[in-house]
Write a protein of this length. Structure first.
Lengths: 454, 376
């Protein structure tokens, strides 16, 4: 048998329940129970999703991608993205069957070329705006930048929806394609309205906005003929979100309230021309202000805690044809990963900064020595400087990509898979292939705005 | 035929997985149900392909070349060798381009043509027409920014302070201003202003920036044999200023960097304004732009009673002294139009006289405080 568990799930479909992930109830038939007991145990029998990629293979792929992307002035990035996705998809197993990414680089390239038609005029318009901004009256400047960012916001929403559609239609599992119905424009309308509602309620409505959009996406997601559903709403996250909001808003409120009184006392002290009194009054204002803003040190942790809760909440409220997903992803494990990533970034910045220092020193020394003052010698020194600088940039970019994809994304996918379960895996056996293969090209807008990690 | 291969089979219609045995028959891969031994499917051996490249995942997966969603999943890669012997095109992976290359070609040609039109026609057309109508404050600000960038660059090269980089010798400055007063009359620049800076660097070069900023390097002043040579180089740069050429180049450069940014996948625009100043040092103006600047230079020089032949003599001198011409100067050194322009000036008007005296010219050569060579 190739995969003991997958084979069991498929060869005994009449049993109704799958041996993996099924509740450990009393066995309903002796022979099946014995057969199951005699089978070698699956590696981790409660795990229904697993990520089995080796990091070494990914690192090799990332370095190769980066070199080729630089050599081709960025054109290779469509190939690079595709190979990285194939790595992640192929190494992700659900119920022991791996995912498959069937998208091609050419589709991404086509998507990019098509989107250039929109992006070139937009980019030129922005350059023109930057150019003229110093001479425009402030309402005109605000209107100009406002219009630009509004257009970008709308395009980003459409880009996101099209990206999900492309990725889902290019994801195959057990020979069946995923899919996304619905329309990017309907999604855009909802996103815009919820954006207004969020801003209008001083971000209190943010969880409702995010969950409403999640519902639209989930309820239009398919696996073959089976459908996903979502029964969560912002109410389930509001308590945690309020903690984040209070943490972010409290210092501002404190400073404003204590500052108003303090400001008056500073003014009084200034008027009475009393330097000591002024200093004391300033201290009374600044002390609480500093103390309040030091609360911001906790904000990143609160945000991670909220984002992890949100991810867990979304998964726990998602069903597929009646079977419920659940996740036990913990804040602690994600936080530890992020700390590691942060430390690695610090190391990278230190190394690259040091290298740059060395290069600049060498070039300056070289220039000083070429006192012959010939233009040629200067050009040569500049050339050497540029070449070495290029290598340093290369090291930096390789480091960034290794950390971003090889550590962060790798770690997140691994943690997400290890904590994901579904209560009735047999629902998948009833799914059949749906018609329609999705768009013929992919993700141009997402590429242009650099959204979506890989 | 070796030991039977076992696999999981998905037929592409149902999500249910079937345990199967694979038989490598001549020209065909037979897929038999593991329990009943009934034939579930048969794939032509020529059509069998790997899903993943070896080394990607722990499982060996097979698909058909026709794009059907049916899949076979084998545990581990042990079966690769027998499969490879049996299925000749197992590792072929040309599907990426097949059936799509026409579309890719069409879009690539379309995009290349659009880019060519934008770079070659649209950007210069718009830049030339817009440069003259850029309001003075914008031009002035851009000029300041570019000048600052360039000063920063040379400050780094010479490890000098940015402010100490511009030569401020009082007597030299007065001589330079006198020379400029003779060359430029009110109305030449309309309502715009002209700022001529001397940069303390040995490079033999001069260039114009937006906002009427002209930079002359110490090296060029020292290389000039007489005031007519120096004045003709400065007049040429003033010609660029009058014709808005630095602004045109600035606009073209920023539009180009937007395009390049899009192409290499950086739309944040970080590359747009950075390096603008550097681009302007070596700014290659078009032949037309150089001709326009030459025409103005000859007009300014003859009106001031100075020798427009100075430019030609200057280049002769630089060539003799330094051998090959520094790249930025080469372009405008080899101007056939300049000689023509001079020939077009009536002989009667070629009454050449000095506009500043010998002492003032010596002061000008020493504007950076160094011990300038007294003529040669």
């Amino acid at each position: 048998m190739t995969e003991p568990t997958a084979g069991a799930a498929s060869s005994v479909p009449s049993a109704g329940t799958s041996p993996i992930g099924a509740p450990a109830g009393p066995p309903d038939g002796e022979p099946a129970w014995i057969a199951q007991a005699l089978r070698p145990p699956p590696p981790e029998d409660h795990v229904q999703a697993a990520f089995s990629g080796r990091r070494g293979a990914l690192f090799k792929l990332l370095v190769k991608n980066m070199v080729l992307t630089l050599l081709t002035l960025g054109v290779y990035r469509f190939w690079a993205k595709t190979w990285v996705r194939r790595y992640f998809w192929s190494n992700t197993r659900l119920l022991n069957a791996p995912l498959e990414y069937t998208g091609t680089p050419v589709e991404l390239l086509l998507g990019f070329l098509i989107v250039l038609v929109i992006m070139v005029p937009l980019g030129l318009a922005y350059a023109g705006l930057e150019f003229l901004a110093p001479t425009l009256s402030w309402p005109a400047t605000v209107a100009g930048y406002g219009a630009y960012f509004l257009i970008v916001f709308l395009l980003v929403q459409i880009g996101f929806y099209r990206m999900w559609r492309y990725r889902l239609t290019r994801t195959v599992w057990r020979g069946i394609r995923f899919g996304l119905d619905g329309s990017a424009w309907a999604y855009l309308g909802r996103a815009a309205l919820w954006m207004l509602a969020t801003a209008g309620t001083l971000w209190v409505a943010a969880p409702w906005a995010s969950m409403a959009l999640t519902r639209y996406r989930m309820e239009h997601s398919r696996y073959g003929t089976g459908r996903f559903a979502f029964d969560g709403n912002g109410g389930g996250l509001i308590k945690r979100w309020l903690v984040v909001l209070v943490l972010a808003g409290l210092p501002v409120v404190l400073v404003l309230s204590s500052g108003a009184a303090g400001y008056l006392s500073v003014l009084d002290a200034l008027k009475s021309d009393d330097p000591e009194g002024t200093a004391r009054a300033m201290g009374q204002v600044m002390g609480p202000a500093m103390a309040s803003f030091s609360l911001y040190a906790f904000l990143p942790f609160a945000l991670v805690w909220y984002r992890v809760s949100e991810a867990r909440y979304v998964l726990n409220h998602t069903t597929f044809d009646g079977a419920r997903l659940s996740s036990t992803l913990s804040t602690g494990s994600v936080l530890w990963l992020l700390v590691k990533v942060y430390l690695l970034y610090m190391v990278l910045f230190t190394v690259v900064g040091g290298l740059f220092g060395v290069v600049i020193t060498l070039v300056v020394i070289g220039l000083a020595k070429s006192s012959a003052a010939t233009v040629d010698a200067q050009a040569q020194a500049a050339l050497v400087g540029n070449a070495v600088g290029f290598v340093v940039v290369l090291v930096f970019m390789a480091g960034m990509s290794l950390i971003q994809t090889g550590i962060l994304q790798f770690g997140l996918v691994k943690r997400l898979c290890a904590t994901l379960t579904i209560d009735d895996p047999a629902v998948f056996d009833r799914v059949t292939q749906a018609t329609g293969t999705g768009p013929g090209y992919g993700e141009g807008l997402a590429d242009a705005f650099d959204i979506g990690a890989v | 035929m070796s030991a039977p291969l076992t696999a999981d089979y998905n037929d592409g219609h149902e999500s249910r997985t079937h345990a199967v045995r694979l038989l490598l028959l001549p020209g065909v891969l037979a897929i038999l149900d593991a329990d009943t031994a009934e034939e579930r499917d048969a794939w032509p051996a020529d059509d069998v392909r790997l899903v993943d490249r070896p080394g990607t995942g722990a499982l060996l997966r097979l698909r058909r070349a026709d794009g059907s969603p049916a899949r076979l999943t084998l545990d581990g890669w042990d079966a690769l060798a027998p499969l490879e012997r049996h299925c000749p095109h197992l590792k072929r992976n040309t599907d990426d381009l097949r059936g799509q290359w026409r579309r890719v070609l069409a879009w690539s040609v379309g995009a290349a043509a659009a880019l060519a039109v934008i770079i070659g026609v649209v950007i210069p057309f718009v830049a030339v027409r817009m440069a003259a109508s850029i309001p003075e404050p914008v031009a002035a600000q851009l000029g300041e920014v570019s000048l600052n960038q360039i000063a920063g660059l040379f400050a780094k090269l010479g490890s000098k302070d940015k402010d100490a980089l511009f030569c401020q010798g009082a007597a030299g400055r007065a001589a330079l201003d006198a020379l400029l007063d003779a060359l430029v009359k009110p109305g030449d620049l309309k309502d715009r202003t002209l700022h001529v800076h001397v940069l303390d660097h040995k490079m033999v070069n001069a260039f114009a920036l937006p906002g009427g900023q002209v930079v002359v390097m110490r090296g060029l002043i020292e290389a000039a044999g007489d005031q007519h040579e120096l004045a003709s180089v400065i007049a040429h740069e003033i010609g660029h200023v009058i014709e808005h050429h630095p602004m045109e180049v600035t606009m073209e450069q920023s539009a180009l960097s937007v395009l390049v940014g899009l192409f290499i996948g950086d739309v944040t625009g970080g590359t747009v304004m950075a390096g603008l100043g550097q681009a302007l040092i070596g700014a290659a103006y078009s032949r037309d732009a150089e001709r326009e600047a030459d025409a103005i230079a000859v007009r300014l020089l003859t009106r001031a009673g100075m020798d427009p032949d100075g430019l030609t003599r200057f280049f002769e001198r630089v060539r003799k002294k330094y051998g090959e011409m520094p790249a930025p100067l080469q372009l405008f050194a080899s101007h056939p139009s300049f000689a023509d322009r001079i020939d077009a000036v009536p002989v009667a008007r070629r009454q050449v006289h000095d506009v500043i005296d010998a002492q003032a010219f010596a002061d000008l050569k020493g504007i950076c405080g160094g011990t300038a060579t007294e003529g040669d």
